[in-house]
Design a protein around this ligand. Sequence first.
Ligand SMILES: NC(=O)c1ccc[n+]([C@@H]2O[C@H](COP(=O)([O-])OP(=O)(O)OC[C@H]3O[C@@H](n4cnc5c(N)ncnc54)[C@H](O)[C@@H]3O)[C@@H](O)[C@H]2O)c1
Length: 467
Amino acid sequence: MENTRRKFLNSISMLAATTLFPLNSFAFNSNKKLRICLIGTGVRGTSFWGKRLVDEYNEILEFVGLCDINPGRLVYGKKYIGANCDTYDDCDQMLQDTKPDLLIVTTVDATHHEYIIKGLKFGCDVLTEKPLTTDETKAQAILDAEQESEKKLIVGFNYRWSPYSTKIKELLMNNTIGKITSVDFHWYLNTYHGASYFRRWHGYKDKGGTLLVHKSTHHFDLLNWWLDSDPSEVFAYGSLEHYGKNGPFRGENCRNCEHKNNCAFHYNITKSKRDVDLYVSNENYDGYMRDSCLFREDIDIYDKMSTQIKYANNVTVNYSLTTYSPFEGWRIAFNGTEGRIEASLDIPYHNEIKVEQAEMHSKEMEQKAMDDLKIENIIVHKNWNDFETIAVPTERNGHGGGDKRLHDKIFISPNIDDPFERSAGIRDGVMSVLIGIGARNSIESGKPVKIADLTELKPMANRIKSS
Ligand SMILES: NC(=O)c1ccc[n+]([C@@H]2O[C@H](COP(=O)([O-])OP(=O)(O)OC[C@H]3O[C@@H](n4cnc5c(N)ncnc54)[C@H](O)[C@@H]3O)[C@@H](O)[C@H]2O)c1
């Protein structure tokens, strides 16, 4: 146990090195488990940052407090996680009573800053889910709080850790196609997963900051990491043309909708016991309905987004996000001075997809220990040569295998050097949300936005390394 615990402490310090300062709150006495508090006992908090930690790392950590504004979800969450600790409706009280080493933040995106800052001011380290936050003022407040605190902030970016994303990084690090000059990157959310964002809080700018922040933070972080440079300017178009007020009819939620028989988006939440226990059974406390109508008239995010990003090293990126595609997948192409790399996942015209479209997202969120390996290709096409196909063994569970690798890096093999520099810290968290925030500001103003005008962070041609 002592060995595992020491490795864990080192791993936290390594993650903290992403901020260029060592974490020190983990230098507690030996034979003491890491004391964790978690705020936000929703699906992500109870599964990935809850039950999976208890199941896999019980020997070295313990939950000492759980907090949520919904008392019913809190009771259910504690049971689902398998934690033996007190529950709270007030974060300050929880911190005072339990004095944790680490606060994990898995609440609604627009509230992350509040708890990150509380944790840092209280004097514990903080690990937050993506996106770091939803606007530039909150981003600056987090940067200030982190500077004033001796404690550190970790951002849980899991996509970097999937074997497929890592292989792309390796090819780029090896200068396989010379200097990268431009990138085409397109992400397609299907009519199940894409639609799901419009059923709940993600449908409001003031909760998730639009999908350019909530969802694209993953994609922008991948770009920043792959290109190894900071974004310097962004210009975007976006509109809401399909969901929200554009729907032909609407109801309160799918369960009691009079249009359920003729709505292609009808979603029967009662088929999932987990969703009923987590959400439906606790609606009476806060009115949060997981199956709200996606044609609600007050939805104010975009369902079609197109963004141009200029990097400090002069690479230009064309990025788009679609939310009502017949399939869930993505494609990217890097143009370099010596050729081109093309990569894509789950394009049904390239490979037979064995998973139903309706199941694609739940498979991605699943945290099963074992998953079927499948082979996905990356094309490397050097100028004046025939193309080469690189076969990459990949998984589908837990965000392409990224989830468990992120945990394992923190908890199991922290001392192994990571040649791909996958650990992410505060600068990575801020830079990825600033592209989405800048894109949103650009859509609203019709003008390009300079990243340097949003916070005190100045874009660097060579990204400051995370570890
Ligand atoms: N990295 C990933 O791949 C990934 C995947 C899913 C979700 N997430 C992130 O995890 C976070 C939670 O998402 P989710 O899907 O679990 O949402 P959810 O709606 O299931 O859960 C959110 C929880 O936060 C609680 N909450 C809301 N406002 C609060 C407040 N002010 N104080 C305390 N509790 C509050 C809600 O009651 C709810 O229990 C989000 O930030 C999301 O972006 C990340």
